[in-house]
Design a protein. Structure first.
Length: 335
C-alpha cells in the first residue's frame, strides 16, 4: 500500500529563495572583491604614473636650466621678428620721393631726406634697423612728417619749387624752416685748364732703325789692338747684317771700313771728312743724351708743374630745410 502525503506542497518560489539568495550573495562578494582589486591596481598605476610625471618634469626643468641658447640663434630669432614687424608696416616711399625730386630745377640738388621722428630721436647716430642714413622710416598707413635739406643756386627757385611740391597729390603741406646763404668754390672746368696750359716744347724724334743699327755697330767696332783677322771678321759681319737689314726693312746701310789704316805717312782723313764726322757725332749725341734722369722724366707732369695757377671761381648757393607733411601713405603688400 502506497503512502500518500496529504500536506500541501511548498511553493516553487520558496523552494528557490535560499539557493538564489546564496548565489546572489556569492556573486556580490565576488563583484565587490573584483572591484576592490581593480581599484587597488588602478590606484597603484596612477600613483606610479604621477611619480613618473614628476620625474619627467624635474628632468625637463634640469635640462632647460642647463641649456643656454647660442647668441647666433637669439640674434637670428630677433632678426626674424624684426623683419616680420617691418614687413607688416613698410611704406611705399617711391611716390613721395618722386614728388620731392621731380620739381627740382637745374643747378639744385637734394642733400638729405628723413622722417622727423628719426631726426629727433637720434640725429647724430645712424638710423635704426640697419637702414641707410637719410632714408625715410616710419609706420605705414598714416601721415608722415619728413625733413628735407636741399640746395639751390637761385633764391627765386625756392618759392617756385615749394609751390610745385605742394601741388603733388601725396603732399599735404610744405613749410620752410631755415634758409642759409653760403659761398662755395667751384672746380675749374677742363676747358679753362686747357687754355692756360703752356705750349708743349717739340720733342726730339725717336731714332730710326737705321740709326740704332749704326750706333750698335759702332759700339762693336774693334779697338786699335784688334788683329787683322778680327777686323776682317767684323767687316764680314757688318756686310751680312747689312744685307739682312736691307731685305727685312728695305734700308741700305752705309759702307764701313773696319781695317786699320797704315801708320806710315800722314793721315788719309781730310779736314772736310773730319768736320763731317764731328757733325755726325754731335748729331748722335743730341739724339741720345747721357742724362738718363732727364729722359725718364714725365713731360706731362713737367707741363702741369709749369702751368700757371687757375683762378678760383666762387658761387652763391642757398641751403634750405623743409618740413613736408604727407597724406596717409599706402602700405606695400608683402610679395
Amino acid at each position: 500500500m502506497n503512502n500518500i502525503n496529504l500536506l500541501p506542497r511548498k511553493p516553487r518560489s520558496e523552494q528557490l529563495f535560499w539557493p538564489v539568495l546564496s548565489v546572489t550573495a556569492v556573486a556580490l562578494v565576488i563583484s565587490f572583491g573584483s572591484l576592490a582589486v581593480l581599484q587597488y591596481k588602478l590606484h597603484s598605476a596612477s600613483a606610479s604614473d604621477a611619480l613618473y610625471k614628476q620625474q619627467l618634469q624635474a628632468s625637463i626643468q634640469a635640462l632647460t636650466q642647463q641649456h643656454a641658447e647660442e647668441p647666433r640663434t637669439a640674434e637670428y630669432r630677433r632678426l626674424v621678428l624684426e623683419v616680420k614687424r617691418l614687413e607688416d608696416k613698410r611704406i611705399d616711399w617711391m611716390p613721395i620721393i618722386a614728388g620731392i625730386t621731380s620739381p627740382l630745377p637745374e643747378a639744385s640738388r637734394l642733400l638729405s631726406l628723413q622722417t622727423a621722428e628719426a631726426r629727433d630721436t637720434d640725429a647724430a647716430a645712424a638710423p635704426p634697423n640697419g637702414q641707410t642714413a637719410g632714408s625715410p622710416t616710419g609706420t605705414g598707413g598714416a601721415s608722415q612728417k619728413l625733413v628735407a635739406t636741399l640746395e639751390f643756386s637761385d633764391f627765386r627757385q625756392i618759392a617756385d619749387y615749394v609751390v610745385r611740391v605742394k601741388q603733388d597729390k601725396h603732399i599735404q603741406e610744405v613749410v620752410i624752416t631755415t634758409v642759409q646763404k653760403n659761398e662755395i668754390v667751384l672746380p675749374a672746368p677742363v676747358a679753362m685748364v686747357t687754355e692756360t696750359e703752356t705750349p708743349k716744347t717739340p720733342k726730339a724724334p725717336d731714332p730710326t732703325l737705321k740709326e740704332k743699327f749704326i750706333k750698335d755697330a759702332q759700339a762693336q767696332k774693334p779697338g786699335q789692338t784688334a788683329t787683322k783677322s778680327e777686323e776682317l771678321l767684323s767687316e764680314l759681319d757688318w756686310l751680312i747684317s747689312g744685307s739682312m737689314f736691307e731685305q727685312e726693312h728695305g734700308i741700305t746701310l752705309p759702307d764701313r771700313q773696319f781695317t786699320s789704316p797704315e801708320p806710315i805717312g800722314d793721315s788719309p782723313i781730310t779736314e772736310d771728312e773730319w768736320r763731317k764726322a764731328q757733325e755726325q757725332v754731335n748729331k748722335f749725341d743730341a739724339m741720345f743724351p747721357a742724362d738718363s734722369d732727364h729722359r725718364s722724366a714725365d713731360p706731362v707732369q713737367e707741363e702741369k708743374d709749369q702751368a700757371p695757377a687757375v683762378p678760383e671761381k666762387k658761387a652763391i648757393v642757398y641751403k634750405v630745410n623743409l618740413e613736408i607733411q604727407t597724406k596717409p601713405l599706402p602700405i606695400t603688400s608683402t610679395p
